[in-house]
Write a protein that binds this ligand. Sequence first.
Ligand code: SAM
Length: 192
Amino acid sequence: MSTGMVECMRRLQSLDAEQRKEGVPTVDRLCAVSPETGRFLALLAATVPSGALLEIGTSGGYSTLWLALAARVRGQCVQSFERSAAKLSIARDTFARSGVTDIIDVTEGDVRNFLPDSRTVAFCFIDHEKSQYIECYEMLMPNLVAGGIIAADNIHSHEEALAPFVDHVIADSRVDAVVIPIGKGVLLARKI
Ligand SMILES: C[S@@+](CC[C@H](N)C(=O)[O-])C[C@H]1O[C@@H](n2cnc3c(N)ncnc32)[C@H](O)[C@@H]1O
């Protein structure tokens, strides 16, 4: 990991903590994953079969930086979707300072306007509007390769809101799925 990347990760973490302390409304906060979740995602994304690496919910780019580590190892890009122009401006600055603009492709707008596309997907981290998790999971599923993984955050922190999503995935015979007690709770679904 480069010094620039480490510094950017620290900067985003302290901005996130500051926003939380100041009571900034959730919709405007960075709401980044925990460092252990980031590391876990990077490890996982490095091991999936060939295909696109995607992320839904860039925010300031903290989790994207972790995914960029996996993208670098695999010799490809990570594509991340974000609808907030203000957050994307922080993310773009983060990526430039971290020296990873060559391996991160950000798309601005509602992700549902871009999914599904025709690409084969190997990994997707879902970390956006909780009411849209099932819809996006179903949009991704036809293009997810066998052995590909969908990881979704906030399973424990938003337990009630995400209970229908968890039930939906656990009952899905196309995948093996489990909830991992790491960070805010991460659901993993691996396509059979
Ligand atoms: C929890 S934050 C993402 C945090 C980020 N993954 C990280 O760990 O640094 C969720 C983000 O999803 C974005 N978002 C919510 N719904 C979206 C949608 N339909 N399309 C694109 N972005 C969306 C929000 O603007 C917000 O920035």
